[in-house]
Design a protein. Structure first.
Length: 168
């Protein structure tokens, strides 16, 4: 943060004894891009050494713009030091949060609907899953028995000699 920023704030806090109105004026002045409210503009011009530049000169606009940008950057940095979030950033995050909360609510409703559907179809209950698992085990056992029987049958056919007679 630059020295001029602290100079401005020092003067502003010294003038706080004049009342709450100055803080309200500052909020409006800052929101308008540091225009209006001549007493604040004069303080700003003095703090940023702009009182040495003529308002109508060609360099004035560029000097003013750079000073405003420097001031606003320093202001954001000072807010960050105090862990304060600017209102615009807060509102942006609040909108994003609301959108995400809506998405989450929709997804939770979809999940509830799918669970209800599974439950109605009998696929969602633990008993139905246990029955399905038991059926699969039985089918596996039966398939293994079938393979063993086929192997035994195949083995018996290979023992038949070439003449077509079985060997014992």
């Amino acid at each position: 943060m630059d020295r001029n920023f602290y100079e401005f704030w020092g003067q502003l806090f010294q003038n706080l004894a004049k009342g709450q109105k100055q803080i309200e004026d500052f909020r409006k002045w800052f929101g308008q891009g540091l225009v209006g409210y001549e007493s604040l503009t004069a303080m700003f011009r003095k703090a940023y050494n702009m009182d040495t530049v003529e308002e109508g000169s060609p360099d004035y606009t560029e000097f003013w713009q750079k000073s405003v940008e420097t001031f606003q950057k320093s202001f954001r940095e000072s807010l960050a030091l105090m862990e304060v979030v600017p209102k615009k950033e807060y509102e942006t995050l609040a909108l994003k949060c609301a959108a995400l909360e809506k998405t989450v609510a929709e997804q939770e409703e979809t999940i509830r609907s799918l669970r209800r559907l599974l439950s109605e179809e009998g696929l969602g209950s633990p008993a139905a899953l246990d029955d399905l698992q038991e059926l699969m085990k039985k089918q596996h056992t039966q398939f293994q028995d079938l393979l063993k029987n086929m192997a035994v049958l195949f083995d018996q056919e290979t023992k038949v000699d070439r003449s077509g007679k079985k060997k014992h």
